[in-house]
Design a protein around this ligand. Structure first.
Ligand SMILES: N[C@@H](CCC(=O)N[C@@H](CS)C(=O)NCC(=O)O)C(=O)O
Length: 219
């Protein structure tokens, strides 16, 4: 078995897949998407013309989209940590939370960051306001969902937590989770203490200076 992951350790969607790989100690080769390395960008573009990372190559076949890569790993390279529950009804709940984190936490977080990357005269206050409003609502909803839950979809660590960890990590940097939402804040802290994510965070530490709006002096 040879798995190759096109990824960068600081990328939130790449971390989502790295967590899944680390959870089950799945062996893989990292094809590092180094800044400014045109050769690796050309390789990625040949695999996936959208040029988005991560892309997993399994036996010559490119697998795209972080959620689908985690599903692929659960199906073809399973390990002791079942990232997709065997019960289809429980799996639906996991996929619902995975969509929540991608659409309502990761996406607005990225909007704030991409808006910031623009030249100052092209930055758009409305984009920033709308993204922050989405994050505020998402945090509140999440806090209620987490009542009685250790992990995003229940008692077990799943795909939903792979999505939650990097999205909440970076979202809290650009738009902190309010103190009145203790369950959401404690959940983010639990994710940071999980060895798979703690490893991903440590591997990304050297790149913090590249976080466009500036990384806070904390995890
Ligand atoms: N829907 C994609 C999103 C992937 C994505 O946005 N990747 C970012 C890094 S976190 C990327 O490749 N950015 C490079 C670019 O935009 O050119 C997934 O779930 O994998």
């Amino acid at each position: 078995m040879t798995l190759t992951l096109y990824a960068h350790p600081f990328s939130s969607y790449c971390q989502k897949v790295l967590i899944a790989l680390y959870e089950n100690a799945t062996p893989f080769n990292l094809r590092m998407m180094e800044f400014g390395d045109e050769a690796v960008v050309a390789e990625l573009a040949a695999l996936w013309p959208m040029k988005r990372m991560p892309v997993l190559v399994d036996a010559g076949q490119p697998i795209i989209e972080a959620s689908i890569i985690v599903e692929h790993l659960a199906l073809y390279h399973p390990g002791p940590v079942r990232l997709i529950p065997a019960d289809p009804k429980n799996a639906l709940g996991v996929r619902c939370m995975d969509r929540f984190f991608d659409n309502y936490v990761m996406t607005p977080m990225q909007r704030i960051v991409f808006n910031y990357i623009r030249p100052p005269e092209n930055r758009d206050q409305q984009t920033d306001d709308e993204a922050r409003a989405t994050l505020t609502a998402a945090y509140r909803w999440l806090d209620a969902q987490l009542d009685g839950r250790e992990w995003a979809a229940g008692d077990a660590f799943t795909l939903a937590d792979c999505a939650a960890a990097p999205s909440l990590f970076y979202a809290d940097w650009v738009h902190p989770i309010a103190e009145e939402l203790p369950r959401a804040r404690a959940y983010r802290a639990r994710l940071l203490a999980r060895p798979s994510f703690s490893r991903a965070v440590d591997e990304a530490r050297p790149y913090r200076a590249f976080f466009p709006p500036g990384a806070p002096d904390r995890d």
